[in-house]
Design a protein around this ligand. Structure first.
Ligand SMILES: Nc1ncnc2c1ncn2[C@@H]1O[C@H](COP(=O)(O)OP(=O)(O)OP(=O)(O)O)[C@@H](O)[C@H]1O
Ligand SMILES: [Mg+2]
Length: 288
């Protein structure tokens, strides 16, 4: 099942349900990006990962963010190694991965992703083989990207099979998200972009924020907006950040947790679009 926004008489959007079929296409790489920083990407990626894992999915978080409040911090784990050690210290991805709650695996990109550009052809092939062996065929890989619109973020957005753009109702967040979606549309990186509205006061505010993005993209860009859901402003989120314990674990009944459940159900219930090359192959190509 997939929800798509459609215009109401008030100019805001409500959801129509469209039926979809799922297909088995190998690991499902989903990049979480935003444009503006600090809107809740990491928080959503981490809690979504836990929720998806609790639902029985195998999940890996790729932390592609070099910032401070990254996925490891929110999970309260300290990965001693990163992709850098895989590239230069002959460690395997299994050795570098850290086991988080509910079997969620976390790989810290460290400065490793920046180093991909320096690899020669044989090293690249070797790494690709490692990635493909490490990730299960039906695994969900969530890539938590950093703030801003830069070459790195665009690389992950381009390589991932799907993209989740996190926005808040804040106008600057919407403008920055639009700028990112515009690049995606202009370079034909994706035909569809999933949007999550975070920190909304209520459903109406979330739908209005979505409406603003949908109106602008519908008018000027050739890309579809798929509404994945919304997460309310919830003090449980800040408490979780401070205690380094994801809110989906500490309070599964918190409003934010309930929203994450709906988003996760929606994600696994929706269909997937085959992207030809896999995520890793594309990523290597883009960073070469
Ligand atoms: N739904 C929410 N309700 C209340 N506060 C929230 C919510 N989502 C995020 N926050 C607050 O926003 C802060 C930033 O969230 P987070 O680190 O997930 O953003 P980010 O987009 O990953 O940031 P960056 O761009 O720096 O990586 C959190 O520490 C938390 O305090
Ligand atoms: Mg972050």
């Amino acid at each position: 099942m997939r929800l798509w926004p459609s215009r109401t008489s008030q100019g805001c959007y409500h959801e129509n349900v469209i039926k979809n079929e799922s297909a088995l296409l190998g690991p499902r790489a989903i990049a979480v990006a935003s444009g503006k920083g600090g809107v809740g990407k990491t928080s959503i990626a981490v809690n979504l990962a836990i929720c998806l894992a609790k639902m029985g999915n195998r999940v890996t978080i790729f932390d592609a963010d070099l910032g401070l409040a990254n996925a490891e911090v929110l999970l309260g784990i300290v990965p001693p190694y990163s992709l850098f050690e895989v590239l230069y210290k002959d460690m395997t991805l299994e050795e570098v991965a850290v086991q988080g709650p509910y079997g969620v695996r976390v790989i810290s990109g460290g400065s490793g992703f920046l180093e991909l550009a320096n690899l020669d052809w044989s090293r690249r092939r070797q790494l690709l083989k490692m990635f493909n062996q490490f990730v299960d065929k039906d695994e969900i890989v969530l890539i938590d990207t950093s703030a801003g619109i830069n070459k790195n973020v665009l690389g992950f957005v381009a390589a991932a099979e799907e993209v989740i753009i996190v926005v808040t109702p804040d106008p600057t967040s919407l403008t920055d998200a639009y700028a990112l979606i515009k690049i995606m549309a202009n370079f034909k990186l994706h035909a569809v972009v999933n949007v999550v509205v975070n920190r909304a006061a209520d459903r109406n505010e979330a739908m209005c924020a979505l409406g603003r993005i949908s109106t602008a993209t519908g008018r000027f860009l050739e890309i579809k907006i798929s509404f994945l859901g919304w997460v309310p402003e919830d003090k449980e989120v800040l408490r979780a950040v401070r205690s380094q314990r994801p809110y989906y674990i500490s309070n599964q009944h918190a409003p934010a947790s309930r929203s994450i459940t709906r988003i996760a159900e929606f994600l696994v219930g929706g269909n997937r679009i085959a992207s030809g090359e896999g995520f890793w192959t594309k990523l290597m190509g883009l960073f070469s």
